[in-house]
Design a binder for this molecule. Structure first.
Ligand SMILES: Nc1ncnc2c1ncn2[C@@H]1O[C@H](COP(=O)(O)OP(=O)(O)OP(=O)(O)O)[C@@H](O)[C@H]1O
Ligand SMILES: [Mg+2]
Length: 470
């Protein structure tokens, strides 16, 4: 087996980790962000712990791995893995020195040894390990366990509310998926987060504002119509592993296949109280301009398909790419309104004229049925207020000279999103900012920065609710 060729009896523990365990985890579908290294469990540190998925505080570790050097007898180390399993409550444990592999399953407090294999036996049974310990199974198992626990806590809360009815407890939020939660007979407002200037914060605004709206109890659907798929990956969905390889549908199928409905493409993600439904994107969308142009009534395809599920949501946001004519038209034609993220900086401000021209063209094609919610400021540098106010003046000057300018308000300062590293870092971790407080890998100051920025997104969400509530 190829994995074993780089290790020998003289290899160190580090060699086994780098040359065997990490490639092994990758071959089982895991990515680096799925595992934590050197995690304290009791009085010692486990080499790897894999927790999936990370949507609730009830993180259920799936697999704990302890690695030893080949000269070390793993027999003598079993106690250590048992200890880790008990402390972490993980379901599976793997103990290896690169030559031998012992796998355990934790059945409540009872720890069962499933097998002890040498390299050859391990290679012969590789497919079994792939199925039992691989990422797709770990996701399915974790999701099932989370649902059970959530239902349990929901029931406890309902009962506690009977005993402590005053202010101490608020009845639980519906903890089911967005779309299946009891719906009020409203129709979602569909908004394209639009700016044909690249990198102004469209995707970041969409993700975190949507999370804030969900935090405030709103039902939100996000549609990633950008081939870059930044929204999809920023919310922890891998277009290849989680969509394509699972035979699921994405935005490309939704746009081009008559029989595919929005509901067929939705992936629901949960981070504690925050629930987001997402239509994922895929890089192959970038090759589809020609196909899209040939499609019959393609400009209205998304509008038509969305009309079937609008009643399930309060807000639907579409995240388009910076410049890709056809999908931008499709998005705007499906929308009731537009929200324009912008930076208070010279280039993004100069681009506003083009943004408004494009909106005007769509309004003309649709008899004016496209509202502009306004300009949401992203990446605001709080230590350069003077420059920001100069830019604000310049922005107002551009707006005053444009026929659409009067209907494009600049959002108030309390909704401006501060420029902070943590805002740029959380998409790489696959969760919205609001979830940062549960990430044990972040420092206290990073958590504080995340909270500060998320508070700005909450203000932005409240303002959007105010604007869109009759
Ligand atoms: N408040 C913020 N503080 C720091 N960095 C930010 C902030 N908002 C966005 N960024 C970073 O700025 C870059 C551009 O943001 P984003 O991807 O959201 O823009 P976009 O308009 O969607 O880009 P594109 O046009 O490529 O789709 C990203 O690297 C993002 O992480
Ligand atoms: Mg984007």
């Amino acid at each position: 087996m190829k994995l074993f060729k780089n290790i020998s009896r003289k290899s160190t523990e580090k060699d086994i980790e780098q040359k065997l365990v990490i490639p092994l985890l990758k071959s089982w579908g895991y990515q680096e962000s799925d595992w934590q290294r050197e995690v304290w469990l009791g009085r010692k540190r486990a080499d790897f712990i894999l927790c999936l998925p990370n949507q609730t505080p009830f993180q259920i570790p799936y697999l704990v791995i302890e690695v030893k050097a080949p000269r070390c007898q793993i027999n003598n180390q079993i106690w250590q893995l048992h200890d880790y399993l008990r402390h972490s409550q993980a379901l599976f444990g793997l103990l290896t020195n690169g030559l031998e592999f012992q796998v355990f399953y934790q059945n409540h407090q009872d720890i069962i040894s499933l097998c002890r294999y040498n390299q050859q036996e391990f290679a012969d049974n590789f497919q079994r390990f792939h199925i039992v310990l691989g990422r797709p199974t770990s996701i399915r198992v974790s999701q099932y366990l989370q649902k059970t626990r959530i239902a349990f806590h929901q029931q406890v809360m309902i009962n506690l509310c009977k005993f402590f009815p005053a202010n101490a407890l608020t009845p639980p939020n519906p903890m089911t998926s967005n779309a299946s939660s009891p719906t009020t007979p409203t129709s979602a407002i569909v908004t394209t987060v639009f700016n044909n200037k690249g990198g102004v914060g469209k995707t970041t605004t969409t993700i975190n504002m949507a999370a804030a709206l969900s935090h405030l109890g709103k039902r939100v659907l996000l549609i990633d119509i950008d081939p870059q798929a930044n929204l999809t990956t920023g919310l922890g969905i891998d277009p290849l592993l989680d969509v394509e390889q699972q035979d699921k549908k994405d935005i490309t199928h939704l746009l081009t296949e008559n029989g595919v409905n929005v509901a067929d493409t939705i992936i629901s993600k949960r981070w504690n109280k925050i629930v987001l439904d997402i239509v994922p994107s895929h890089i192959r969308l970038s090759d589809m301009e020609a196909t899209l142009i040939q499609g019959i009534d393609i400009d209205r395809v998304l509008a038509k398909k969305l009309s079937k599920i609008r009643a399930n949501y309060d807000y639907i946001f579409i995240d388009p790419p910076p410049s890709f004519g056809k999908v931008n038209t499709i998005s705007l034609m499906a929308s009731d309104s537009v929200l324009i993220p912008t930076q208070l900086a010279p280039y993004p401000i100069r681009a506003l004229e083009y943004v408004m021209n494009r909106i005007m063209a769509i309004r003309a094609a649709r008899d004016g049925q496209l509202n502009v919610l306004g300009l949401a400021v992203s990446m605001y540098n709080r230590s350069a207020t003077k420059q920001a106010y100069e830019m604000l003046q310049e922005m107002n000057r551009i707006l005053n000279h444009h026929p659409l300018g009067a209907m494009v308000p600049v959002f108030p300062e309390n909704t401006w999103i501060p420029q902070r590293n943590i805002v740029a870092n959380t998409p790489g971790k696959g969760y919205p900012l609001a979830w940062a407080e549960y990430d044990s890998n972040l420092s206290t100051s990073e958590k504080e920065a995340a909270l500060d920025a998320f508070n700005a997104y909450l203000e932005l969400a409240k303002y959007v609710i105010q604007l869109t509530t009759p």
